[in-house]
Design a protein around this ligand. Sequence first.
Ligand code: SF4
Length: 227
Amino acid sequence: MAGAHPGTAHSFAGTSAEPSPDCPRCPRLAAFRHEWRAKEPSWHNAPVPSLLPPEGPDDVRLLVVGLAPGLRGANRTGRPFTGDYAGDLLYATLTRYGFANGRFAARPDDGLELIGAAITNSVRCVPPENKPVGAEINACRPFLTATIDRLPNLRAIVTLGKIAHDSTVRTLGGRVAAHPFRHAGATDLAGLRIFSSYHCSRYNTNTGRLTTEMFEAVFEQVAGFLR
Ligand code: SF4
């Protein structure tokens, strides 16, 4: 079965877009999940599924690809970018540019809905210190591939940070050297336009590496492209 987008063809065909709660592909991350299940049994502590709009995958024209769940963010709540600072800036920006609706309150039941957009992570399980290793990024790529392949009307991707960017380029069959990460950069690959941004983490915003204005400028470009 070929993918919906030319670059993602057959190599990972048949992989579900959502890993099982006990996905064993990354032993280090599986052990970390188990450790936190014991410490915090009420938390999600499992691969975090992608967030889709209520209309489903056919409605998605924009996919946001993050790095990985934060320990006390998505790993706790089970929804991407929900429960820590990164979500505050991301969801406010998505709402401002018409890609989300409702009031984000950092809880999966806050009623916020995406509009024509989806959010996923390049690594679905929380890594210690937010740092996945190369083997883990590679191990999780089939799920990113399958996620992209289930979005037949996808036109644009926003990659947050270099790891997400490089993994997305590889997912689409491109060479990273030919499509390097650059904040506010854009590149065309496999019939899609990839926009890249520094990750909207608290660290990046606290240090001034990424300002709200810089982040909004990326989504302004995206909204203009999709208009
Ligand atoms: S990061 Fe991805 S591949 Fe690795 S264990 Fe989690 S779901 Fe599986």
